[in-house]
Design a protein around this ligand. Structure first.
Ligand code: AKB
Length: 341
């Protein structure tokens, strides 16, 4: 009998670190991990196998079918919002064609195994596109079906991949001869900005939150690229991992939706800087808004409505604002840079 394999793309990324650590502690789940970059040596012990490779390489993905019984795919690999704007077509290839390749792998696995495969997809607040700041300020908590008019390539890609997931879950090959085809068990969360104590993000537009914190912890100056009054929803990285695990383990019959908002706390860039300055007295934080990146965050919701996730699968973050900074981020980051020095 082959072991249950969880296949994780983008394994070396920020969320990948947390997920690998979680599954690595379990002895009933084997991880096959993929990333375009080398894997952080710290993570190697958690993987049955690591493959350095490209999600656009269909031959590589095809070979997996003969080797593993993949029950779950966590498709984390993507090009984030700021980076994607410098090469929109390249980002589209990775974010959309790459996702399609993974959905195709899920279908192949489902056919071989005669059952449906869980496909866990982290989407983003970038799928939303509020038309102006005034609307953002007036709109309050945004629900899953509101303002789906993204202004970034990354947001368009995430939204489209949500639709692809819905298609593979409900309508795949709907005119084909085989009506009993195993559909994909697609499960998606829309994540807010994430703040990790262990890793530093790259290429996103909500990055000012974690950047401020990590720079201050190293006594380095930070010039924030958005206005102080910019409000976004955020979440501690460990809660993002928790959400991805909780959604994975939830019985399918409890899930009334395919796509759920999840959030923890909302605060302004100024509020983050004040918390950071209180914890790191050497912090030097200034604000020089970059008008174009500002427009991107102004189009993202200030707050998310995650009632559906709470009702359907019991979503509840472990870290509210106070706990996130006081119990997790500040102590862990402090320790991290003390060790480096
Ligand atoms: C980004 O800033 O692109 C990401 C996101 C909000 O999905 N962190």
């Amino acid at each position: 009998m082959r072991n249950e394999v969880v296949f994780i793309t983008g394994a070396n990324g920020e969320i990948g670190h947390g997920l690998l650590e979680y599954f690595g502690q379990r002895d009933d789940v084997f991880i096959v991990a993929l990333d375009i970059r080398e894997l952080d040596p710290e993570l190697e012990k958690y993987c049955s196998r690591f493959i350095q490779g490209d999600i656009l390489d269909r031959n590589l993905l095809d070979r997996l079918v003969t080797e593993y019984e993949i029950r779950t795919i966590y498709h984390l690999a993507s090009v984030l919002s700021t980076r994607a704007e410098y090469n929109p077509e390249g980002a589209h290839r990775i974010n959309v064609e790459g996702s399609l390749n993974l959905l195709r792998l899920a279908v192949q696995q489902a056919e071989w195994q005669g059952r449906s495969i869980k496909f866990i997809y982290p989407s983003s607040i970038a799928v939303y596109g509020l038309p102006d700041l005034d609307t953002k300020m007036r709109s309050g908590k945004i629900k899953e079906y509101e303002w789906l008019t993204p202004r970034t390539m990354y947001g368009c890609n995430k939204l489209y991949c949500e639709h692809l997931g819905r298609y593979y879950a409900s309508h795949y090959r709907q005119l084909g001869a085989d009506e009993n085809i195993h559909k994909i068990d697609f499960r998606c969360i829309r994540l807010p900005g994430l703040i990790s104590a262990q890793t530093i993000p790259a290429g996103g537009t909500s990055d000012y939150g974690p950047e401020m914190l990590h720079q201050a912890a190293q006594s380095l100056a930070y010039d924030c690229f958005v206005r102080g009054d910019t409000m976004l929803p955020f979440m501690a990285m460990s809660d993002a991992v928790k959400a991805l695990i909780d959604l994975w383990s939830s019985p399918r019959e409890n899930l009334k939706k395919l796509i759920y908002n999840v959030t923890s706390f909302s605060l302004t860039a100024q509020e983050i800087s004040e918390i950071v300055a209180r914890s790191f007295p050497n912090a030097r934080i200034t604000f020089t808004p970059d008008e174009r990146r500002q427009k991107i965050v102004d189009s993202w919701p200030g707050e998310l409505d995650d009632r559906a996730a709470r009702d359907d699968w019991g979503w509840s973050p472990e870290y509210d604002l106070k706990r996130a900074f006081e119990d997790y981020l500040i102590p862990t980051i402090t320790k991290r840079y003390q060790q480096v020095v």
